[in-house]
Design a protein around this ligand. Structure first.
Ligand code: GSH
Length: 213
């Protein structure tokens, strides 16, 4: 069986989301760098695999899948014993609730502010107005997160699920700005610090490591 391949970019948030889950589950993989600066993700050949012209997608022994969260769910579903997607109906419903909250309450403002903060930190042209508009929106959402996390260790209960890990790629980006929204509330800070300390996240952010071997 061929090693799983991610077509993406080392520094890209959605690629990192997938790589973190692969590390979490100790699934060996190979990262095939797609050069977005050269537009490699817009070529007819690439669009046959990812019709929206975005990174990442995976090739798992010929099975092609895109959308980072769908990829993570697919990988976690192959390892049900990991508990990253709970199967008991109520635990699963709480997981779905938390995953939906990440997508609708966290991601929109975190991705907009995070992208601009990342560009600014790299010295590229960035839009301060977007940062100024989006960080307060995110901060307000994190008030609800703090209330949730005052009662439980993770967003779907007391065990780690994919819903927690989905927050990882943007968390550090929005923790880097003038208003560090991830660490000024005690429960969000405790949860966030636990997530960014996970070996699965560190394995990837530490640099070039692309397999769990
Ligand atoms: N919802 C998609 C996912 O989760 O995989 C979003 C993918 C996405 O936005 N990827 C970005 C990208 O390919 C990089 S992080 N941007 C280039 C473009 O859209 O042209």
């Amino acid at each position: 069986m061929a090693i799983l391949k991610i077509y993406g970019a080392k520094g890209a948030t959605c690629t990192r989301r997938v790589a973190t889950i692969l590390h979490e589950l100790k699934v060996p993989f190979e990262l095939i760098e797609v050069d977005v600066m050269k537009g490699e993700h817009k070529t007819p050949e690439y669009l046959k695999k990812q019709p929206f012209g975005q990174i990442p997608y995976i090739d798992d022994d010929g099975f092609i899948l895109y959308e980072s969260r769908a990829i993570c769910r697919y990988i976690a579903a192959k390892y049900p014993e990991s508990g990253l997607i709970p199967t008991e109906p109520k635990a699963n419903a709480l997981f779905e609730q938390a995953a939906s909250a990440e997508l609708t309450n966290f991601e929109p403002s975190a991705s907009k502010a995070g992208l601009e903060l990342m560009k600014r930190a790299a010295g590229w042209p960035s839009d301060q107005a977007v940062i100024d508009a989006q960080l307060p929106i995110l901060d307000k959402k994190l008030e609800a997160y703090d209330a949730i996390l005052s009662k439980q260790r993770f967003v779907a209960g007391d065990t780690l699920t994919l819903a927690d890990l989905f927050h990882l790629p943007y968390g550090p980006l929005v923790a880097s700005g003038e208003n560090d929204v991830m660490t000024h509330r005690p429960n969000v800070a405790r949860w966030y610090n636990e997530l960014i300390s996970r070996p699965s996240w560190l394995a990837y952010v530490d640099g070039v490591k692309t397999t769990t071997a």
